[in-house]
Design a protein around this ligand. Structure first.
Ligand code: ADP
Ligand code: ZN
Ligand code: ZN
Length: 768
């Protein structure tokens, strides 16, 4: 038997992760030891026996073999929380490609300096009347700062400390003096212990509809029988999915289990949170990107200590170290943000399944427009499908008009609003009903080109077109480069150089020209730099402070506007032209969601879809709110082309400081794949016929071919002066792609370099 060495992390606190210690694995343990296991090792000068975790195994001895210590034994018994997290990290490393340390850092919260961040709140101790009389007193005495604070205390019982010292500009001394006289008390709480002050817990369970009840029964029966499953809940917005989630969580909590609720950050509204708080009180906690690492660590400690049962948050909430998870809910399962964009590029859906496996937990995926992946698995029987078709909040599906923009132009309408949309907008303004105008791109995203010679203004560092901003400059959305907008074409001198004006700002301007006095709100990346501004715009619109809300992607998610009776989609096909195999799916999702915004209340709704491709199936099916029909057409395309979920795909991305070196490295790695895997068939379109015949879920094709595409410069060939190359490998078998990745990693380790970097992306959701 050859020698085997193990990298062991002896203490799991995060800052020590960078230093695993190597130990020899004695012969008697070689068969048994595995990555992720808890072992005992001698440590330090006294060789005291302590616990550690195996994070890697290999045959290469990195230190003096004579001085290397041996693993003493394997810790028997159930794996603890940390053991499970390590096993999870090992799984992520294997399936998505990264170092073990990167994977560990992904799943473990960073242990921060012990000093915990505190939230201080000022609580009013006296009755409102008493405060009012004090207010009069300080007014007379001209104590202006004290007056400001008292005035606020008349309005509310508790005020965040930072707000008082910051916004109200009241000094700590003034606050202290009020505390001394017993007017207020300063309360310290660890952040997010009590994110909302609750009057009482309410909403303790509605009477479930029969469909809802059936879902809960089925999931719980499988769970009780020891076969926790994966379920896809396909239900339109307002069909009662969230109520099902909460009911199931309740069932799990009753059984002493914990639940993780994943919600894309953008959809995590205050209203949704409140519903969970009302139901689960302070046993629920939130994780989001505004938490500091210290606060995140604090959250994890609370989960570990059993102080909370439910955590709500974006994909990283999946790594909450609960002792005994019973349910993982993934709402808006189709959202792209569930895929990590940095290494390891894990997908929360697959990772949730692994977490669930480690805990014996159920997984519930929910969406109004399921991802092709999830629906495909539901078709093949891997997931169980539940459907909820009715909106419980009332309202009807809107009437949809699809407008061919080419015809509009032909018939002399050069406006960005079709005649139908103009007519309906006018009608709504007259009736005092609200409308939403949706443009699926950002700001003044239009590029600048010359109408005489066709020259396009591009970023000198990134190779993408520059976008016009209203400050007279043109900027790069990747690296931030900006320059003054040229008055004449730098190439031919023509003065007909201008932008393709199709940003939200421009829509707003045109709308105001057409309907003087119209009240508008604009929501896009520029107007929502902070989380608060997003909520503020939504609230303002809900309160009827505007007639028309104009916005990009973000207005079609979450939030209900019962007063909206018209949705206009301008340029529906912008997202169809993206060179990405998800283009159809994204377009369908966006259009479906956008159209579904109209007619949520008692008034019937209408929607106008403006497009240059009125016959594209994504447009047609979205207009008909027909998910099933869309799925059938889309999956056929994926099968013919060998795209996920019909097959699997690995993107190998190469980053290099020098173009020639990047190019040759990409070539070399692609060649490595070709040499090491004789089944590679190269770019092979004639395979298509065979693929189309393949049945869902069967692996009956004898030869499991690997297809190699590229290498080529990435779609954006350069960002910040780093050159990017990419090649793709398609194969129906995921395990095969892991082998390819392992081989490439091995090859890369032979010639490591500071100036180049490679990354792996399995089943990429964004084309590089
Ligand atoms: P979704 O998550 O699918 O958008 P929700 O769970 O938020 O749907 O439900 C939509 C609305 O219907 C909510 O106001 C909710 O309180 C209500 N609702 C859900 N289930 C029921 C039920 N069984 N009885 C009465 N109202 C319900
Ligand atoms: Zn020109
Ligand atoms: Zn740039």
């Amino acid at each position: 038997m050859g020698e085997l060495y193990a990298d062991v992390i002896v203490d799991i606190s995060h800052e020590k992760l960078d230093r695993p210690f190597q130990y020899r694995v004695p012969d008697r343990l070689q068969e048994a030891v595995e990555t992720g296991m808890c072992v005992t090792v001698p440590f330090g000068n006294g060789n005291k026996l302590i616990k550690g975790y195996v994070v890697d195994l290999g045959e290469i001895c990195k230190f003096d073999p004579a001085r290397m210590k041996e693993i003493q034994g394997i810790v028997q018994g159930g794996v603890g929380i940390e053991g499970r997290m390590i096993a999870l990290a090992g799984w992520i490393r294997k399936n998505y490609g990264s170092t073990m340390i990167q994977a560990l850092k992904t799943v473990l919260p960073a242990k921060q300096s012990v000093k915990k961040l505190e939230h201080r709140t000022i609580l009013r101790l006296m009755g409102r009347e008493e405060v009012i009389s004090l207010l009069g007193e300080s007014r007379r005495k001209k104590q202006v700062a004290k007056e400001r604070l008292l005035q606020e205390l008349v309005r509310q019982e508790s005020i965040p400390y930072e707000w008082v010292t910051g916004k109200l500009a009241v000094s700590p001394q003034t606050i202290k003096s009020l505390e001394k006289t017993g007017v207020i008390r300063i309360q310290s709480t660890h952040s997010f212990r009590n994110p909302v002050r609750l009057q009482q817990t309410e909403e303790c369970g509605q009477v479930l509809s029969e469909t809802q009840q059936n879902i809960v029964k089925t999931v719980m029966a499988d769970f009780e029988e020891g076969h926790p499953g994966t379920y896809l809940l396909h239900g339109i917005t307002g069909s009662g999915k969230t109520v099902v989630y909460m009911e199931l969580i309740q069932e799990m909590v009753h059984r002493g289990r914990q639940a993780i609720v994943l919600i894309p950050e953008i959809a995590l509204t205050y209203q949704t949170l409140l519903r969970f708080y009302r139901r689960f009180g302070d046993r629920v906690s939130v994780m989001n990107s505004t938490l500091s690492p210290g606060e995140k660590y604090d959250q994890c400690q609370r989960a570990k200590n059993g102080e909370i049962d439910v955590i709500i948050g974006p994909r990283s909430a999946l790594f909450t170290p609960f002792p005994n998870i019973g349910l993982i809910v993934m709402d808006e399962e189709h959202e792209n943000s569930y895929k990590s964009e940095s290494t390891p590029k894990y997908h929360a859906r697959e990772t949730a399944l692994e977490v669930a496996r480690l805990h014996g937990a159920s997984v519930l995926l929910g969406s109004a427009t399921p991802s092709l992946e999830a629906y495909y698995r539901a078709q093949t029987g891997e997931y169980r499908l539940f459907t909820m078709k009715e909106r419980l909040t009332g309202g009807h599906l809107p009437k949809v008009y699809t407008i061919d923009l080419r015809r509009e132009l032909k018939e002399g309408n050069r406006s960005i609003f079709s005649r139908k949309l103009q007519e309906l907008l006018g009608d709504r303004l007259q009736k005092g009903e609200q409308s939403i105008l949706f443009l699926n791109r950002r700001g003044y995203a239009g590029f600048i080109s010359c109408r005489s010679c066709g020259h396009v203004m591009k970023c000198p560092h990134c190779d993408v077109s520059l976008s016009e901003h209203n400050n007279g400059r043109i900027i790069c959305h990747y690296c931030g480069y900006s320059e003054a907008k040229p008055a004449v074409c730098p190439k031919c001198g023509s003065k007909y150089i201008s932008g393709f004006r199709a940003g939200t700002q421009q829509i707003e301007e045109k709308l105001r020209e057409m309907f003087p006095g119209v009240r508008t709100l604009r929501m896009d990346a520029d107007t929502t730099r902070t989380k608060d501004s997003y909520e503020q715009i939504l609230t303002a619109f809900s309160n009827g402070e505007a007639d028309v809300l104009i916005g990009t992607q973000m207005i079609v998610k979450g939030h209900d506007f019962p007063q909206v009776t018209l949705v206009g989609v301008l340029a529906a096909d912008l997202s169809l032209s993206v060179s990405d195999y998800h283009a159809g799916e994204r377009t369908f999702q966006l259009l479906t969601q956008a159209v579904g915004r109209a007619g949520r209340g008692v008034l019937p709704g209408e929607a106008v879809i403006q497009t240059y491709q009125p016959n594209h199936y994504a447009v047609v099916r979205a207009a008909g709110q027909d998910y099933e029909g869309f799925y059938q057409e889309e999956i056929l395309y994926r099968e013919i082309m060998g795209y996920p979920p019909a097959s699997h795909m690995l993107a190998v991305q190469i980053f290099a400081k020098e173009e020639s070196r990047g190019s040759s490295l990409a070539g070399h790695l692609a060649e490595t794949v070709r040499k090491s895997f004789p089944e590679v068939v190269g770019e092979c379109r004639d395979n298509a016929a065979g693929k189309g015949e393949r049945q869902h879920g069967t692996q009956d094709k004898a030869v499991c071919g690997i297809q190699l595409i590229g290498p080529a410069p990435a779609a954006i060939g350069r960002i910040n002066d780093i050159f990017r190359f990419v090649f793709y490998i398609k194969c129906p078998k995921y395990a095969k792609l892991i082998q390819v990745k392992d081989k490439l990693e091995e090859e890369w380790k032979l010639h490591p370099s500071q100036d180049e970097m490679i990354q792996f992306d399995f089943d990429p959701v964004n084309i590089l």
